[in-house]
Structures are given as structure tokens and as C-alpha cells.
Write a protein that binds this ligand. Structure first.
Ligand code: COA
Ligand code: AMP
Length: 625
């Protein structure tokens, strides 16, 4: 039997022993004597009697072990022409000081801190400072608009908000402070102070409740790590569900740190002193796990890159970063490689740099299309590893475990389940489907450490959204199959969640915005295939009787509303005014059928259709004929 099979089986046959052993990679204030508390399913808790501090494990522990002078975090920002390396010693000091700032503002164990920041090292420092105090950070992606931020502020009820004066998108400077002010105005919960990092590209006007980051730090005294329970929340990260209300995915500290520490050598094959470059954003789970926590827990060096793969200044930046810092594993979303391929199809930029240190390219966040896989593999001549996971899971469910054993790659499949994940494919009635047939991808409970124990303040939604479709299983929301060799194929979401340039968005949330326009009677937003972004949303609106707006103006207004209320990242640019929407006899809009027609996959039209004539009329619009 291969090494992968051995490790996978060990985690099945002795779950307690396996995870207690992995937990020993960390330093515990109180070592756990028990791995899993199964007394209250589906609310499983990992390491119930353990106590630790995750920031201590990510920072101080390495300084104490003699790694103080090693690079912990490299900030590389071509858009501001800045490079800065923080050693473990320096990062520990900065985090301790900022923890002192937060403590001075009344932040203690369990208090929430919202972080709304661009890709600057201070974003990671703020996250780790919260972890140091046992406080709970909730990072909100900078591309979300004020209203989305307000919804998250209301749900998380933070004591403090940490932000920056601006972000930089290519050549554009995006002022964050007006968005933050508007969000606070819209929110019902009023946080105390805000700490604002002033950036020279657009310093913000500070008000009476705002503190300048630099001033606050200059007056702070460092705070020590506070040991907390392994089951205490480390962070809440909001993600899109099928409705406009985001889900607050809770992450506990002990299980998460254990799982991440396991993945670094076993999946990403990165050890202490080696470098990983994850090109994502701290606002997404990929950024939480593989820009911030996992590399630091492993004593590795992480690259925090501010910029896009293409554009400012050119399509060579990823390659430059990899060569300059001797990156061993790179991780990004397939869409970034599609952008590179479009700009530089023959890879001439890549060939300018010495990429001899690069051993693997990891891709996740959306389906890896075989063409992008082929292009990247041929260009780099290293394993290109697709792997599948979600905000909810915190770390990969299915991957090629490069650090244990590189399994043969099948393009289109992220390979096999990692230890701890019992992945199955079920039919709608809950029976397992035969190998090779499509169904709902589920995971048998309990989920392994690191996966979400619940939703913030919403145990009920945790159960209704994920745990009740099939008794004893976690519903991933993805559909796909497992082949005869045990390879998992993830084909796409079975709900109304879409993935635009690797960004997870809710079509339901966009529909709520469109429906609020006075001329709109009803609407549907579907995600359709897009060459560059994987998927993009398309909107269809039906007008209220008597409404007669100028169609062009209406479209512009609706596009602006979504941009203003959800954020630019929604990328809703196409909206069609139609006579009616196709529905089932029970009134459900046939979004899946519409999507099939638009994508040319022509899903079968359900027999429950109420108005086949409407669908016929819509066909040319969907196909853009
Ligand atoms: N703050 C403010 N605005 C933001 C933003 C942020 N943090 N992130 C994105 N936006 C804006 C963009 O500027 C763009 O605005 P525009 O419509 O005015 O041009 C819009 O949101 C859409 O952004 P995006 O979907 O990222 O498209 P893009 O054309 O700017 O870039 C890629 C496309 C593929 C280059 C980029 O998305 C990318 O590098 N993605 C891969 C990595 C990644 O982040 N993955 C996420 C999870 S792994
Ligand atoms: P997020 O929670 O933002 O990480 O998005 C998770 C969703 O992205 C999953 O439910 C999938 O639909 C999709 N996804 C992530 N990785 C992959 C992958 N490797 N292959 C196919 N889909 C993926």
C-alpha cells in the first residue's frame, strides 16, 4: 500500500490517536488529553480540554526556538513599489505592540474586531494581534461595498474596527475610509474606536473616534499571548450563502492550528525556513489559512503580495516574486493563470526568471479547467496540483498530498480525500451513487479538526444549511462524482452560489439588490461560464406593469446599484430586460435550466415547467443570438 493510503487509513482506524499526535506539533498551554468530543452531534468539538494561543504558536514559539532572525513575512507590492521583510522577531514585536493597542481599546478574550484592509502586512498583524489576545477577528474583503460591510458589522458586533485609508487596484487608488464611515452609518451596531492605517497614496481625514495606526502603536506597550480554550473562536469569516445574508463561518483555534500545521509538510511540502507564496487576499479563507496562519505555524516564510498577476507593471510579477524569494510552493486561483495566459500566451515573462526553487503550483477556489492545467504544467514543468476546499472547511478536503506521496494527476480532478475527510456522493434520496455517477458531494460527520464547528450566533442555520439534507453528513453544496480509482471530480455548485474570478458570491444577494429597484417586478441572477473569470453573473429583470424606463438607463442604474451595494467584485455587468421568467408550477424560477442554456450544456427542461413558451422566448437572449 502507498504512503498516502497508510496515512489516510491511520486517521480512519485511530482518529483519536492520529489527531492527538498531530496536535503535538504545537505548543499547548494545556495539552489536550482528548481529541474529539462527540457528545452533541452535529456540534463536534476538537481538543475540548486543550488550551493554547495560536499567535504564540505562529510567532513567539519560533523566536524561542532560535528562528528570530529568519524571514517570517515578505511584503511585496509592485503597485506601491514597496518591499519589506519581517523576521520572526520583528513580526512578533509588531504583533505584540498592536495587541497592546487593541487591549488599550478594551479588546479582550472573545471580543470581535472587524478588519477591513487591503493587502498590507498590517492586515496580518491585526489578525495575529487579535489571536494574541484571544479576541476574534472578522476580516472583510476590501472589494465589498459599505452595505456588505455594515451587514457583517451588525452580525459580528465588533468592539473595534481596523482599517486603512486606501487600497490600490492596479493604477487606481480606492479610498476605504468613506466606505468604512458609510458602513458604520448604515450599521445598527456602533463599534467603539477605529484604528486607521494611513497610506501615503490617500491619507484619510480622521474623526474623533479614529486613531492613526502609527500614533497608536507608538504609544502602546506590548501585550503577551493569552492562553484560551482550543474550542474558543479564533475568527469569524463571512461567506456567501444562497441568500443575501452572509454566513459567519466560525473557526476554533486548536483544531484549526493542528490541521494547518499538518497540511504544510504533508500537502504543500513546505517546512521551516522554506517559502510559500499564496496569491489571494486576506479577506478570503485561502488568505487566512495560507497567507497568514499555516506558513507561520510551520515556521516557514510567507509572501504577502499586493497587486494583480497582470497589469501594473506587467505580467511578470508572479515570476519575479517566485525567483526573488526562492518560492518553493505557489498557491493561487486558476483565474489568475488564465489572466497570465491571456496576457503572455507563450510564457515569455516566466522564462526571464530563475524559477529553479519552485517545486509545485497549487490551484483552488474554482474548477481548474483542463486547458489552464495544461498551459501551466507545460510552462513550468512541475506538478500543478488542483485541490478542493471551502471557507467552511478551512483547509483542503481533496488534494494530491505532495508532501506524503505525489499521486498520479488526472486533469479535472483535485485527486483524493485527505485524512479526516470521508467524502461520498449521494443521490437526492440519500443513497450512495455508483462510482463514476454524479450526485451531491457530502462528507460523513464528524468533520476533521479545522472545519467549522458552527455559524456565528446561528446554530440553527448551521444545521439547516449544512447538516439536515442528509442525516449524518455535511452537505458541501458542490456536485460531482468519485471514479473507480477514488478520484473526486468537483463539477460545480448545486445551489445559487457562484465563483467569479475565484471570489465566492451569492446570486441571491444580487437578486435582492435588483428587486429593490422601483421598476423591477421580479428578477433572476445566474452564473454563466466565462473564459477569464470562470463564471460571471448575468441578470434578467421583468418590469412592473406600467413601468416604462429607458432600457439603457435602467441597465446602468441596476449595474451601479449592485456595484454600490455588493461591491465591484460582483462584476455584474450584463442585465437583460425580459417579458417573463421560466418557472415551475410551484413558482420556482428555473435558474439551473437558464444557466444550462446560456452555457450551452442544455440541461433537460424539468417536466414541472409552468410556462415552456417563456423559456422558448428566452432562449435566444440566454444564448446571446
Ligand atoms: N478592493 C477594491 N476593489 C476590488 C478589490 C479590492 N480588494 N478586489 C477587486 N476589486 C475590484 C476590481 O478592481 C474590479 O473592479 P472594476 O470592475 O472596476 O475593474 C472588480 O472588483 C472585479 O475584480 P476581479 O474579479 O478581481 O477582476 P479583475 O479584472 O480586477 O482581476 C484577476 C481579475 C483574475 C486578475 C484577479 O481576480 C485575480 O488575480 N484573482 C486570482 C486570485 C484571487 O484573488 N483568488 C481569490 C481566492 S483564492
Ligand atoms: P470558498 O468558500 O470561497 O473557498 O469557495 C468554495 C467553493 O469554490 C467550493 O464550494 C467550490 O464550488 C469552489 N471550489 C474551490 N476549489 C475548487 C476546486 N479545486 N475545484 C472545483 N471547485 C472548487
Amino acid at each position: 500500500m502507498g504512503a498516502y493510503e497508510d496515512v489516510f487509513r491511520a486517521a480512519v482506524e485511530d482518529r483519536e490517536g492520529f489527531w492527538l499526535q498531530q496536535a503535538q506539533a504545537l505548543e499547548w498551554h494545556r495539552a489536550p488529553t482528548k481529541a474529539l468530543d462527540e457528545s452533541n452531534p452535529p456540534f463536534y468539538r476538537w481538543f475540548p480540554d486543550g488550551e493554547l494561543n495560536v499567535a504564540h504558536n505562529a510567532l513567539d514559539r519560533h523566536v524561542a526556538a532560535g528562528r528570530g532572525d529568519q524571514a517570517a513575512l515578505v511584503y511585496d507590492s509592485p503597485v506601491t513599489d514597496t518591499k519589506r521583510t519581517y523576521t520572526y522577531g520583528e513580526l512578533t514585536e509588531e504583533v505584540a505592540l498592536f495587541a497592546g493597542v487593541l487591549r488599550g481599546l478594551g479588546v479582550g478574550v472573545g471580543d470581535r474586531v472587524v478588519v477591513y484592509m487591503p493587502m498590507v502586512p498590517e492586515a496580518a498583524i491585526a489578525m495575529l494581534a487579535c489571536a494574541r489576545l484571544g479576541a476574534v477577528h472578522s476580516v472583510v474583503f476590501g472589494g465589498f461595498a459599505a452595505k456588505e460591510l455594515a451587514v457583517r458589522i451588525d452580525d459580528a458586533a465588533p468592539t473595534v474596527i481596523v482599517s486603512a485609508s486606501c487600497g490600490i487596484e492596479g493604477k487606481r487608488v480606492i479610498e476605504y475610509k468613506p466606505l468604512l464611515d458609510k458602513a458604520i452609518e448604515l450599521a445598527t451596531h456602533k463599534p467603539g474606536k477605529r484604528v486607521v492605517l494611513q497610506r501615503p497614496q490617500a491619507p484619510a481625514q480622521l474623526g474623533p473616534d479614529d486613531l492613526d495606526w502609527a500614533d497608536a502603536v507608538s504609544q502602546a506597550s506590548p501585550a503577551d499571548p493569552v492562553p484560551v480554550k482550543a474550542t474558543d473562536p479564533l475568527y469569524v469569516l463571512y461567506t456567501s450563502g444562497t441568500t443575501g445574508k452572509p454566513k459567519g463561518v466560525v473557526r476554533d483555534g486548536g483544531g484549526y492550528a493542528t490541521a494547518l500545521a499538518w497540511t504544510m509538510p504533508n500537502v504543500y511540502d513546505v517546512g521551516p525556513g522554506q517559502t510559500i507564496f499564496t496569491a489571494s487576499d486576506v479577506g478570503w479563507v485561502v488568505g487566512h489559512s495560507y497567507i497568514v496562519y499555516a506558513p507561520l505555524l510551520a515556521g516557514a516564510t510567507t509572501v504577502l503580495y499586493e497587486g494583480k498577476p497582470v497589469g501594473t507593471p506587467d505580467a511578470g510579477q508572479f515570476w519575479r516574486v517566485m525567483s526573488e524569494y526562492g518560492v518553493r510552493s505557489m498557491f493561487t486561483a486558476p483565474t489568475a493563470f488564465r489572466a497570465l495566459k491571456k496576457e503572455d500566451p507563450d510564457g515569455s515573462f516566466a522564462r526571464k526568471y530563475d524559477l529553479s526553487a519552485l517545486k509545485y503550483l497549487f490551484l483552488a477556489g474554482e474548477r481548474l479547467d483542463p486547458e489552464t492545467y495544461r498551459w501551466a504544467s507545460e510552462l513550468l514543468d512541475i506538478p500543478v496540483i488542483d485541490h478542493w476546499w471551502q471557507t467552511e472547511t478551512g483547509w483542503p478536503i481533496v488534494a494530491d498530498p505532495a508532501g506524503i506521496e505525489l499521486l498520479p494527476i488526472k486533469p479535472g480532478s483535485p485527486t483524493k480525500p485527505l485524512p479526516g475527510w470521508d467524502v461520498q456522493v449521494l443521490d437526492t434520496d440519500g443513497t450512495p451513487v455508483p462510482a463514476g455517477e454524479d450526485g451531491a458531494i457530502v462528507v460523513k460527520l464528524p468533520l476533521p479538526p479545522g472545519a467549522f464547528p458552527t455559524l456565528w450566533n446561528d446554530d440553527e442555520r448551521f444545521v439547516s444549511s449544512y447538516m439536515s439534507a442528509f442525516d449524518g453528513y455535511y452537505l458541501t453544496g458542490d456536485g460531482g462524482r468519485i471514479d473507480d480509482d477514488g478520484y473526486v471530480f468537483v463539477m460545480g455548485r448545486t445551489d445559487d452560489v457562484i465563483n467569479v474570478a475565484g471570489h465566492r458570491l451569492s446570486t441571491g444577494g444580487m437578486e435582492e439588490v435588483l428587486a429593490s429597484h422601483p421598476a423591477v417586478a421580479e428578477c433572476a441572477v445566474i452564473g454563466v461560464a466565462d473564459q477569464m473569470k470562470g463564471q460571471v453573473p448575468r441578470g434578467f429583470v421583468v418590469l412592473k406593469a406600467g413601468a416604462d424606463p429607458d432600457p439603457e438607463q435602467l441597465r446602468a442604474e441596476l449595474v451601479a446599484m449592485v456595484r454600490d451595494q455588493v461591491g465591484a467584485v460582483a462584476s455584474l455587468k450584463e442585465i437583460a430586460v425580459v417579458g417573463a421568467l421560466p418557472k415551475t408550477r410551484s413558482g420556482k424560477i428555473l435558474r439551473k435550466t437558464m444557466r444550462g442554456i446560456a452555457d450551452g450544456t442544455d440541461e433537460p427542461v424539468p417536466s414541472t415547467i409552468e410556462n415552456a413558451d417563456v423559456l422558448d422566448a428566452l432562449r435566444p437572449v440566454l444564448r446571446k443570438e
